[in-house]
Unconditional design. Sequence first.
Length: 129
Amino acid sequence: MAKPKTDVSGIPQLSTIDLSNETSPSQSDESSLSPPTVVKCWTGSLMGAVIAYGCYQMTVAIATTYAAKPLLSHSVTTLNIAVAVRTLVVGICALGTGVFGLSALGLFALGIQILWRRASSHPPSLSGR
């Protein structure tokens, strides 16, 4: 690939960069992806559930700590900012709990769906009677 031309400031000019040999990440990743398996789904679900439980415990601990320590200030602006920061901190922890909890639930359900499809695609043989 040829070296791109630069302007006076030394910044490469975008119109001269050759991107014809570049492959996008989605093109190279699609060929190396393996289909989901039940073990992968349930392992991911377990990891997501553990992280969600940790986030939940952290949310409860932060909320309890904030509830036990009242804000002491005479300035209304200071109190409003402190309440907003406390709300944001608890909200972000709760958001993490929800995201990881729902992803764990979804991965577990995907594992069940894979099992269901695998069971319905191979009917049991009647010759074993």
